[in-house]
Design a protein. Structure first.
Length: 646
């Protein structure tokens, strides 16, 4: 088996493009081409960019930043020369993109136009596009005393929604303003300006209409109220679902649902070692065959379909699968690349040193408050993972899920993921998956439609390649996807019981995520509703209780500054009045609840377990539960200190 693996890798290296680090250049600076900000709109100052030891070197990082996944947002030349609405400054200007909290890079071999981390040039069917890579949403920076700490795989601070809306406005401005259009057309068309400018305007109008429909159909509305995501959040599921629905019914402009359940961008370390990845564990992370679970490749193909891959769900006669721009080979390589990535360790050369005595007490508190029952790293009755060490290549992170209403956190995300539906369109009357007897009706829950679409994209070879090569590459893709999967056969653990993975009602849950590097992942809870670790162990209260002096989670706080608070472990909120562009998170808004997971506050009940780690059942057949005493301030800060060590 090992011999076969090496043969596959050998031929993959020579037959598949872009699989070496030559695309990143032979020499990469220690700062990995990161650009400092003397001062930005939130007065976040950096005089240097540093990296922590995450088991990636400079080449690893830059390759991750610039390896395309097949995302085609806009024609590349259009993006290069598009001006902002209201002025003549380019939209891609570093100060402008920094406003959306994208991480600015200096021009380099792999990125000659100096685009931010995770925004890259992609080529599909002979045309060049700008698009996103995984790194755009999964690379972060924390600032402390004018040092910018770049963290690979960390949750981005980005406000993608505002960036995309402003991009649409910039296109509209160039259509409406003669001088703007003329400058744009001359830069894009160059010597063909005189002959092609009318055709270009028609194309630009079509691009605008497509972008405008995307923005409108993904508005985060709750009835008549719009609740913006702000920084550090995105409703990825909602937007992926809507892309699938729009491709199922190309002529129907009403086949969508509000994308109104934003969640924090998840961190990526431990991802290839986890049995379930998403907040509600909707996709098994093990590859078990094309007619069953698609594993990491299915997860990543679904992701790029959401972030602007081109694809066609109307399969041509005689073809296998659905044509798309999704670069499945790069997606498989990116997943493999993440196997090396480790969580960041608290940098004592930059931050205040960890108080080891306090952290030791915090470890005891961690055990006393049963944190290890749902999260890794605890010496508990039922450890969540048999192996949780950040540098263990064979670690397997076993997720423990908590159902609603046990955990009590905001319900919107898991509810939407299960209940969102729409017209089946092109899928109506077809099998729900390979080998399935069930067929799609006129309407469908979106989740199975997404699964079928991703399955079809994976099955389709690259029809632009000559016949033999397309199938050789496809064979290598499947072999690599199976060999690279680290996850053993999985079971779903809900509320400390093993439940059916085929029952969709078992997805009404949230995952107790791993705690490796938890200090670098603020804000907290799945919807980013708690600003720091210190407040995570306080109760959620109403405004009156807070005004009376009760120590509670903040109901309102600002998000957008990268300045780090090493005591409370989160980002320092800056006043809205002084920084108009900063985002104020309001927990009273729909999808923004900061309630739930209040175990340490003595509010959320804990399921009682027996000596074998199974729930204790009462006479009515329900799990028994109990509440812990509210944590005192010294123990709360000790627990925070311990979490810095993970």
């Amino acid at each position: 088996m090992n011999k076969m693996r090496w043969i596959v890798l050998f031929f993959s290296f020579f037959l598949l493009p872009g699989c070496s680090y030559f695309t990143s250049g032979l020499i990469v600076d220690d700062d990995r081409n990161g650009d400092i900000a003397v001062a930005d709109i939130f007065d976040d100052v950096t005089n240097e960019i540093v990296y922590l030891d995450q088991n990636w070197d400079a080449q690893d990082s830059v390759w991750f930043y610039n390896t395309t996944q097949g995302s085609n947002l806009l024609p590349y030349e259009l993006f290069l020369y598009l001006e902002q609405a209201g002025n003549t400054t380019l939209f891609r200007n570093s100060d402008n993109l920094r406003r959306y909290r994208y991480l600015i890079q200096k021009p380099n071999y792999a990125n000659p136009d100096g685009l931010p981390v995770g925004i890259v040039k992609d080529t599909y069917q002979g045309k060049e596009y700008v698009g996103f890579t995984c790194a755009a949403c999964h690379t972060t920076q924390i600032n402390y005393k004018e040092t910018g700490i770049r963290i690979d795989g960390g949750p981005a601070m980005a406000d993608m929604d505002s960036m995309l809306i402003d991009l649409t406005d910039a296109i509209k401005s160039s259509l409406d303003n003669t001088d703007k259009f003329d400058r744009l057309a001359r830069n894009v068309l160059k010597k063909n300006y005189n002959t092609d400018k009318d055709k270009f305007k028609t194309q630009l109008q079509a691009i605008y209409e497509e972008r405008k429909f995307y923005d409108d159909s993904n508005a985060p509305t709750h009835g008549s109220e719009t609740v913006k995501y702000g920084f550090a959040r995105l409703d990825a599921f909602g937007r992926i679902y809507n892309r699938i629905l729009s491709h199922l019914t190309p002529e129907n402009k009403t086949n969508f649902n509000p994308a109104n359940a934003p969640v924090s961008y998840p961190f990526l370390w431990d991802t290839p070692h986890s049995d379930f990845v998403q907040w509600n564990g909707v996709g098994d992370n093990r590859t078990e065959g094309l007619t069953g679970v698609l594993g990491p490749l299915g997860r990543n193909v679904g992701e790029v379909m959401g972030v602007f891959a081109q694809f066609d769900l109307d399969r041509e006669s005689g073809e296998v699968g659905y044509r798309s721009s999704a670069n499945k080979h790069n997606l498989e390589r990116l997943e493999r690349h993440l196997q090396k990535l480790q969580s960041p360790e608290w940098p004592e050369t930059i931050f205040p040193k960890i108080d080891t005595q306090l952290a030791d007490r915090g470890k005891q508190v961690f055990t006393e408050y049963r944190c290890g029952w749902c999260h890794d790293g605890g010496d508990s009755v039922i450890p969540a993972s048999p192996s949780f060490k950040r540098n263990d290549d064979e670690r397997v992170m076993i997720a423990q899920f908590s159902s609603m209403p046990w955990i009590g956190t905001d319900i919107q995300m898991q509810q939407n993921a299960l209940a969102a539906k729409g017209k089946s369109g092109l899928f109506q009357g077809t099998a729900t998956s390979l080998g399935a007897k069930e067929t799609f009706g006129e309407e469908t829950i979106v989740l199975p439609a997404l699964s079928k679409a991703a399955q079809g994209v994976i099955l389709a070879p690259d029809y632009d390649k000559w016949l033999v090569r397309r199938w050789i590459e496809q064979a290598f893709l499947f072999v690599n996807a199976f060999f690279d999967n680290k996850v053993p056969p999985t079971q779903r653990h809900n509320d400390f019981e093993i439940v059916s993975k085929s029952d969709p009602t078992m997805l009404a849950v949230y995952k107790g995520r791993t705690l490796n590097g938890i200090w670098a992942t603020a804000p907290y809870l799945h919807n980013g509703s708690v600003p720091n670790l210190s407040e995570l162990f306080l109760p959620a209260c109403n405004d009156e209780e807070i005004s009376q002096g009760k120590k509670c989670r903040s109901n309102r706080f600002t998000v957008g500054s990268r300045e780090f608070d090493p005591i409370n472990v989160g980002f320092i909120p800056k006043p809205k009045n002084d920084y108009p562009g900063i985002f104020e998170f309001d927990s009273s808004k729909p999808s923004n609840s900061n309630r739930g997971h209040e175990y340490a506050a003595g509010v959320t009940p804990i399921i009682e377990l027996d000596s074998k780690g199974a729930p204790v059942i009462d006479e009515n057949g329900n799990p028994k539960s109990f509440k812990l005493p509210p944590i005192n301030d010294p123990d709360r800060m000790a627990l925070v200190e311990y979490l810095k060590t993970l």
